[in-house]
Structure formats: structure tokens, C-alpha cells
Design a protein around this ligand. Structure first.
Ligand SMILES: C[S@@+](CC[C@H](N)C(=O)[O-])C[C@H]1O[C@@H](n2cnc3c(N)ncnc32)[C@H](O)[C@@H]1O
Length: 311
């Protein structure tokens, strides 16, 4: 369990983010949360980012969901000028690109992800001489010796790990003493109404068995269980920043298409049959401006960034 002093380290000093992000609070109400509640979601294959998914993800979701938060977490990670950096669940390299730009040029950066097709998109963002190593890896069974890295970064990946405690233990194991682990999760639907909107649309189209994909990214935000898991893994010196953003959607049609085709939701829709993914896209194209305005369409986003240290 975290001590009171650890809780006191939810610091205003974490307001180092880029200007468009705002640190809006230092905690959310802590509710009971079953860490294993995502078991069913996992059997709905929420982790297969393969086929045409990586391209839609990178092009359509990246600029809206991930780019600004990537700037922030990369700055936090690079602040201590670490020389051996591991990124887990790196996806299409949105954070990796920023890390490489901000880290010392001699620093060695290893980018890993469960799905090689995501890493192929990431790899295309780098020149051969940029000292980035790409390696497929399951974050819950990292293929690295103990104490291999000074800093680990994971943006919006932890929610997908079937055994999150094992993921934290693995991060701890491969970090050197004094090393830092920075990761982010999405806050609840209350703060990310886009998640609620998609859930409602899917419930309307699949009244008996709605696809569960979007329950995974937006269901791991309660602070206490995450704090307890990090403490149990051995981490200390906890810092949390809650970052909010009002993000303009540059092209609603492209974004709506990627919301469906840029993650394993599309496979869950096809597996159920009866509803064409295009129908879901059409509903989103109609609903997004209705919910979030026209010219521009602007969606609220809120993330929680965690930073802990290996003893
Ligand atoms: C929402 S994406 C985040 C990608 C990237 N960090 C970003 O910010 O764009 C989630 C990523 O987690 C990866 N992933 C899912 N389960 C994983 C696991 N057990 N180990 C490593 N990566 C995993 C997926 O392949 C996907 O690339």
C-alpha cells in the first residue's frame, strides 16, 4: 500500500506539459474495481492490431487521440536525459518518434509492441542511422535481462495487458535501480465522452451483444487499484498528472472511419455479422458533430499520466 507521504507526492510539479494540455486535478474518486473484469473483453480479441488496422490507427486516430499526449509523455521521459530507454506497447511509433527527437542522440531507444504490424508502421518513421531498435514483445513477458533500462515509457497500452500486475513486475524487473516508469491511461467516460458516444451507438446497433472493444481503453482509470499494483511490484515515488485537452477533429469522416477500422473493433463487428462496419461509421459521422459541434468538431479528452521509480 502507498503511504500518506506517497499520496502527497501527487505533485503540481508535474505541470510540465505542453501548453494545450491542462493539469486539471490531482485525483479522481476511487471506486471498487476488479482488475480482472476485462477477461471477457480480452476474449473478444481487443489486442489484435493487425491487417489494415495499423494504417487507419496511425493516420486517423493518431492526430486526434495520441499526438498531443505523446508530446507530453516524451518530454517527461526525456527530462532526465536517460541513455537506455524502452518503450512498450509502442504501436505505430507516435511516442517513439517524439522520444527520438528529444532524447540525447547517443541514447539507445528500444520500441516494442505485441503486434509486429504496428511496429512496421513505426519503423517507417525512422532513418536507419537513428538508433531505434524495434522488437516485438509482450509487455507481460519482456525479452530483456534484469536492469537493462533507465526509463520505460508506455502510452495508452497498460489497459490492454491481460495481467496488469505482471506488466508492472516486468517493467520493474528490466529497470535499473533508480529507473523510471512513465505510462498513461485514459480517464473515465465522464471525461472522455467520445467513449460513451461510441458505446451508445454500438449498443443501439447490437442490442444483444455489443462489441466490447471500447470498454478496454476507457475502463482502467481508478487510482487506488493502480497505486496498489505499482506498490506491490515494488515501485515508489509516485507522481500523477491528469491532463485534459479539447481537441479539434480536423476531418470528421477520416476520424469516424478510423474509430471503427483503426482498432480491433472492426473485427468484433465482423465476427458478430449483420451490421456492416460502414453503417457504424455512418452513425459516427452523423453523431460526432451533433455531440461535439460543427466547424470545428471539438472533443474533450482526459488522460492520467503515472510516473514511478524503481527502488
Ligand atoms: C492504443 S494502442 C497505443 C499505441 C501507442 N503507445 C500510441 O500511443 O499510439 C495500444 C497498443 O498496445 C499494444 N498491446 C496490446 N497488448 C499488448 C501486450 N500484452 N504487450 C505489448 N503491447 C500490447 C497493441 O498492439 C497496441 O499497439
Amino acid at each position: 500500500m502507498w503511504s500518506a507521504s506517497v499520496l502527497a507526492q501527487v505533485l503540481p510539479a508535474t505541470r510540465r506539459q505542453i501548453p494545450s494540455l491542462q493539469d486539471v486535478k490531482t485525483g479522481t474518486p476511487c471506486q471498487k474495481f476488479d482488475l480482472h473484469q476485462q477477461g471477457d473483453d480480452m476474449s473478444d480479441r481487443a489486442t489484435d492490431f493487425t491487417g489494415s488496422i495499423p494504417a487507419f490507427y496511425d493516420h486517423g486516430l493518431g492526430p486526434v487521440f495520441f499526438a498531443d499526449f505523446a508530446d507530453d509523455i516524451a518530454r517527461r521521459a526525456a527530462a532526465s536525459a536517460p541513455m537506455r530507454v524502452l518503450e512498450i506497447a509502442a504501436g505505430t511509433g507516435i511516442v517513439t518518434r517524439r522520444l527520438r527527437d528529444l532524447l540525447p542522440s547517443e541514447a539507445h531507444l528500444t520500441a516494442t509492441d505485441l503486434n509486429p504490424p504496428m511496429l512496421e508502421v513505426a519503423r517507417a518513421k525512422f532513418n536507419r542511422d537513428e538508433m531505434v531498435e524495434f522488437q516485438p514483445a509482450d509487455a507481460t513477458a519482456l525479452p530483456f535481462p534484469d536492469a537493462s533500462f533507465d526509463t520505460i515509457v508506455c502510452q495508452f497500452g497498460v489497459m490492454f495487458f491481460p495481467d496488469k500486475d505482471k506488466g508492472y513486475r516486468e517493467a520493474y524487473r528490466v529497470l535499473a535501480g533508480g529507473g523510471r516508469y512513465l505510462f498513461s491511461v485514459w480517464d473515465s467516460h465522464r471525461h472522455n465522452p467520445i467513449g460513451r458516444l461510441i458505446t451508445e451507438i454500438l449498443a443501439g446497433l447490437f442490442p444483444h451483444d455489443p462489441p466490447q472493444f471500447y470498454q478496454v481503453p476507457f475502463s482502467y482509470h481508478q487510482l487506488d487499484p493502480i497505486k496498489d499494483s505499482l506498490a506491490a511490484a515494488g515501485f515508489t515515488d509516485l507522481r500523477i498528472a491528469v491532463l485534459s485537452l479539447s481537441k479539434i477533429v480536423p476531418d470528421v469522416a477520416t476520424f469516424a472511419r478510423a474509430l471503427v477500422l483503426g482498432n480491433p473493433l472492426v473485427d468484433q463487428i465482423r465476427a458478430r455479422g449483420g451490421v456492416d462496419p460502414e453503417r457504424v461509421i455512418e452513425e459516427l459521422v452523423e453523431a460526432l458533430p451533433r455531440e461535439f459541434g460543427t466547424n470545428p468538431t471539438r472533443i474533450p479528452l482526459q488522460a492520467i499520466v503515472w510516473e514511478v521509480t524503481r527502488r
